[in-house]
Write a protein that binds this ligand. Structure first.
Ligand code: HEC
Length: 151
């Protein structure tokens, strides 16, 4: 009887933990928002470092890993905006015009892929051109899917 009682208590505890996790959906969304905002800022840092290499006439082959990282992040973007994660600086259009949002992410991924190819080839002119395409892709998405910067 003691054992059954203990098992029942354990079951009840598990149900309680499950209910708590369910009630915590809001905090799951804020973790998702924090994660995508951090990824966005890191992509901005990568872009800034690449621009410095371009302006200095540096070896673009050194940027291969960073460029592949950007391309991987670009592909991951739609998944960083799941249903239920509305908020942050994302506009409601991310969810209401999903096809358009995903097309912007795909355009970014394609440009970042060209950036990675140019880096691998050591093609400085191609790298600079692809970098501009990537930057255009950032802005094109932000124009329709991100709140304008408050500052
Ligand atoms: C497919 C759409 C899309 C693309 C492409 C995109 N972004 Fe974003 N970005 C967003 C959205 C939406 C937000 C707002 C997210 C939020 O606050 O939850 C955002 C937010 C940001 C932020 C602010 C993060 C913060 O601290 O709140 C920065 C910085 C940023 N993006 C940089 C970039 C850079 C740099 C690129 C290109 C290399 C890029 N983004 C490409 C959609 C995009």
């Amino acid at each position: 009887m003691m054992r059954i009682g203990t098992a029942a208590l354990a079951m009840a505890a598990m149900v309680f933990v499950g209910a708590t996790a369910h009630a915590g959906e809001g905090s799951d969304a804020s973790a998702t928002i924090a994660g995508r905002e951090a990824g966005m800022r890191m992509s901005g840092a990568i872009m800034g470092n690449m621009k410095a290499v371009i302006d200095a006439g540096g070896d673009v082959k050194t940027q291969g890993f960073a460029a592949r990282s950007l391309a991987g992040w670009a592909k991951a973007i739609p998944g960083m905006f799941p249903a239920g994660s509305e908020g942050g600086d994302a506009l409601p259009t991310v969810w209401s015009d999903r096809a358009g949002f995903e097309a912007r992410a795909a355009a970014y991924a394609a440009a970042a892929g060209r950036l990675a190819d140019a880096a691998k080839a050591g093609d400085a002119a191609g790298f600079a051109a692809a970098w501009s395409e990537v930057r255009t892709a950032c802005g094109a998405c932000h124009d329709s899917y991100k709140k304008p910067d408050a500052h």
